[in-house]
Structures are given as structure tokens and as C-alpha cells.
Design a protein around this ligand. Structure first.
Ligand code: THU
Length: 140
């Protein structure tokens, strides 16, 4: 599957990050199995803990529109205005949200540095021995 648009969307979404506290802009783009893309950015808060990561913004937008089947997420993050990005791995809370909705063996987590510099992992690789719906007896 070609994820070039997904990677571009993750990079583009950084421009919408609301980050007055960290100045660290993260963009994410989540793809459904039938090819629809849901985007997200990080949204911070003066009280800190209500901050929502880019990945969760994308998931919650998608799930709230009735989507449940996902194949990949692209993530791009780094300091505002940075000329070059490093790889920005998803935080533990976002990995846990991925576990809720995605198959750890097939869901692709794509870390994006630039349009053609990226690394791809399965969810299982970034979340070994993860706890998910199956452990609660829920078959999807
Ligand atoms: N952030 C994300 O949006 N995604 C991640 O997976 C890592 C962290 C955000 C949260 C906060 O707004 C900023 O990056 C610094 O932690």
C-alpha cells in the first residue's frame, strides 16, 4: 500500500498544533482500511493534563465518525520551526489507544522525518505484550 499521502498529511498537520507550552508540534494522519484519512494535531492546555496528542486527536475524530477499521498511522513531530525533524515515537497513552482499535500484528506505525524519510513498525513492535480488548474477552 502507498502511504505517501498519509506521510504528507502528518507533516502538514504540524502547522495546526496548538502548543504554547512545549512549542513541540506533532501531526498525525490515520488511514482506514478502505483508504479514508483522518488527521490530528496536538492540542495543549494551560492545566497541562488535558493536553491531547496528535495521534489521539486523529483516532477520536475517526471513531466519532463511525470508523473502526484502521490500517496505518503516520506521525511527524519536532520543535516548532525546526529545519529538520527527528523521528517522533508515539507516547504510551497513544499506543494504548491504538491497542483498543487496531490489530497489533498488522497495524502500521509510520514515523516520518520528511516526505521520503520514514520508518515503519507494527503496533506489536512498539507495544510488545500490550493489553487490549482481547484480554477483556472482547473479540473484534
Ligand atoms: N505529543 C504528541 O502529540 N504525540 C506524541 O506521541 C508525543 C507527544 C505532544 C504532547 C505535547 O503537546 C507535546 O507533544 C510535548 O510532549
Amino acid at each position: 500500500m502507498d502511504f505517501s499521502e498519509l506521510r504528507r498529511e502528518a507533516l502538514r498537520m504540524r502547522s495546526f498544533s496548538y502548543v504554547p507550552y512545549s512549542n513541540f508540534c506533532v501531526g498525525a494522519a490515520l488511514m482506514t482500511k478502505d483508504g479514508r484519512i483522518y488527521t490530528g494535531c496536538n492540542i495543549e492546555n494551560a492545566s497541562y493534563t488535558p493536553t491531547n496528542c496528535a495521534e489521539r486527536t486523529a483516532f477520536f475524530k475517526a471513531v466519532s465518525e463511525g470508523e473502526m477499521d484502521f490500517c496505518a498511522i503516520a506521525i511527524a513531530g519536532g520543535p516548532k520551526g525546526a529545519e529538520e525533524l527527528d523521528y517522533c515515537p508515539p507516547c504510551g497513552v497513544c499506543r494504548q489507544v491504538m491497542m483498543e482499535f487496531c490489530d497489533p500484528k498488522t497495524f502500521q506505525v509510520i514515523l516520518v522525518k520528511s516526505e521520503d524519510e520514514y520508518k515503519t513498525y507494527t503496533l506489536e513492535e512498539v507495544m510488545p505484550l500490550g493489553f487490549g480488548p482481547i484480554d477483556m474477552g472482547i473479540e473484534k
